[in-house]
Design a protein around this ligand. Structure first.
Ligand SMILES: [Zn+2]
Length: 304
């Protein structure tokens, strides 16, 4: 395994600079949430190019680091990650299920953050992975992100390990609706409610005071009156066994693994790197900052 630094630079080095054929509209890179880093080491870039060239059935795992150049902060990066800039922490699954006021706070903040969060566009890295899929080089993509940017880029051979904020589920009857549809329900229920958003998090969360949250009305499931929750594996929840086993099968069919933009502190993704190592697959890690593969220790995951 080897680290590489400024990995958008690395992707540029793969010769995928020209994406004229894409219909996806792309905002210019927003570097506010990209951690400070050195330019890529040419030797490492060459090594990575060799790695990708030699791979015929690449298994790729991506994390929040791949979306920072789309203007979405990650969790753990020094200086610019959510944990470094704020004392906000993502909602815990048990708290969301147990507490109506926790849900009210979550949805009020999510409602305010949604217009901006849902407007982010894929960056070069997302588009390169989609291109590799079209070329038949990428066998399977598993992402830990819930921002839908791989979907917006057009990736299809993909598993969203932690779900996606663009879908909403009823915890009682399992009915699924689009998050954009829920936004309309929120607007109808809260015609005079207004709040300013302060900064957005990797899951679309923003900061609001308790005062601002108090009068926000949260709709129940229109079919059964059950609790609505984003189709996202919150921290403290587990990824379903079926999904994990499905991804392990895709990994077993692959001949190499590339990790991009993940420190792998969360076990739900790290386990695939462990499985790849057990199978003795070549593994490349492309990340700004240290990763668990280098530390070989660190806090255990909240998401399992
Ligand atoms: Zn329902």
């Amino acid at each position: 395994m080897f680290p590489a630094r400024k990995w958008s630079g690395v992707f540029r080095a793969f010769g995928f600079h020209h994406f004229r054929s894409h219909s996806v509209s792309r905002a210019s890179p927003n570097l506010n949430f990209v951690p400070a880093c050195l330019p890529p080491d040419p030797m490492e870039v060459e090594e990575l190019q060799r790695f990708v060239s030699n791979s015929k059935r690449l298994f790729v795992m991506t994390g929040a680091g791949i979306s920072t150049e789309s203007g979405i902060p990650d969790y753990r990066s020094e200086g610019v990650g959510l944990y470094a800039r704020t004392d906000r922490r993502p909602v815990q699954h048990a708290e969301f299920v147990r507490s109506a006021s926790a849900r009210q706070r979550y949805w009020a903040r999510n409602f305010v953050g949604w217009p901006q969060f849902s407007s982010h566009q894929p960056n070069k890295a997302h588009l390169v992975l989609r291109e590799w899929e079209k070329l038949g080089k990428l066998h399977w993509l598993v992402t830990q992100n819930v921002d839908a940017l791989h979907t917006k880029a057009g990736s299809q051979r993909m598993t969203e390990l932690h779900g996606c904020t663009h879908r909403v589920l009823c915890l009682a009857c399992g009915d699924q609706i689009l998050r954009s549809e829920l936004q309309e329900h929120f607007e109808a229920l809260n015609p005079t409610w207004k709040a300013e958003a302060f900064g957005v998090a990797p899951d679309g969360d923003v900061f609001l005071t308790d005062e601002q949250v108090r009068n926000f009305q949260v709709p129940a499931c229109y079919k059964c009156g059950g609790i609505l929750k984003p189709d996202v594996t919150f921290f403290g929840d587990t990824v379903s066994k079926e999904k994990v086993s499905f991804v392990h099968q895709r990994l077993a069919e692959s001949d190499s693994m590339l990790v991009a933009g993940s420190s792998m502190q969360v076990y739900s993704g790290y386990r695939f790197a462990l499985a790849a190592r057990e199978k003795k697959l070549p593994i490349a890690v492309l990340n700004i900052g240290p990763t668990r593969t280098h530390l070989q220790k660190g806090k255990n995951s909240k998401r399992q």
